[in-house]
Unconditional design. Structure first.
Length: 221
């Protein structure tokens, strides 16, 4: 039976969450919206349309969503050549691949952003497949992205593990029936990740790698 190791990317493997916060803040500011960075941080990890609905409310003009998302994308693209992978992120993926896991990236990023993230990771040799927001009709916290990733891995939910850094990751993984592991490197508190379904929480990829033999990756059949 195939077993999948599913990973969110932004804030989980690559240190980009606060870059997204700044870029969304500036895009919103340019459009006349005053939104606190704390609120933006809590929304990072959602698809753009859902993020804007959460920040601006359902009473916003949805016709402006595309303009705001394009502004964010333009600002964020200025960092593409220097996105920083988190410590031991590539080593973690390679070790799981060595142990027979099918590694799939599950991200709310668009395909062009995912390409930059993969370049930052530099671990394509360990990655079986990728699932971006362009591949599904509904993003996290819906289970569809995780279920799609499982299909790419040819693996059932039972025995598979999803690693992420946001509440949205934990909710999506739980709803898809996989075991969830949370990382603190995205800036979300441990209690929030656990409440959303994380079975275990680690500081960052290096911490998870150091404790792999006692983590849910070792527990799953």
């Amino acid at each position: 039976m195939n077993r999948a190791a599913l990973f969110d990317v932004d804030g989980t493997l690559v240190d980009t969450n606060h870059l997204h916060v700044v870029c969304w803040w500036e895009a919103l500011r340019q459009a006349g919206h005053d939104v606190a960075t704390h609120d933006i941080h809590r929304a990072v990890g959602l698809p753009g349309e859902d993020l804007l609905a959460r920040l601006l409310g359902e009473g916003r003009d949805p016709a402006r969503d595309e303009v705001l998302s394009a502004a964010h994308a333009t600002l964020y693209a200025t960092y593409f050549d220097r996105l920083p992978a988190l410590d031991s992120a590539a080593e973690l993926l390679r070790e799981l691949d060595r142990r027979g896991r099918r590694v799939v990236l599950v991200t709310s990023a668009k395909d062009h952003e995912l390409e930059a993230l993969r370049q930052a990771l530099d671990a394509d040799d360990a990655i079986t497949a990728t699932a971006s927001s362009d591949d599904v009709s509904e993003g996290k916290p819906a289970p569809e992205p995780v279920r799609h990733a499982l299909s790419l891995a040819g693996a059932p939910a039972r025995g598979s593990v999803f690693v992420g850094d946001t509440v949205w990751d934990m909710l999506a993984g739980t709803r898809a029936g996989v075991t969830c592991v949370g990382l603190l490197c995205g800036g979300i508190p441990r209690a929030d990740l656990e409440e959303a379904g994380a079975r275990a929480v680690y500081r960052d990829p290096a911490d998870l790698l150091a404790h792999l033999d006692t983590s849910p990756f070792a527990d799953t059949p």
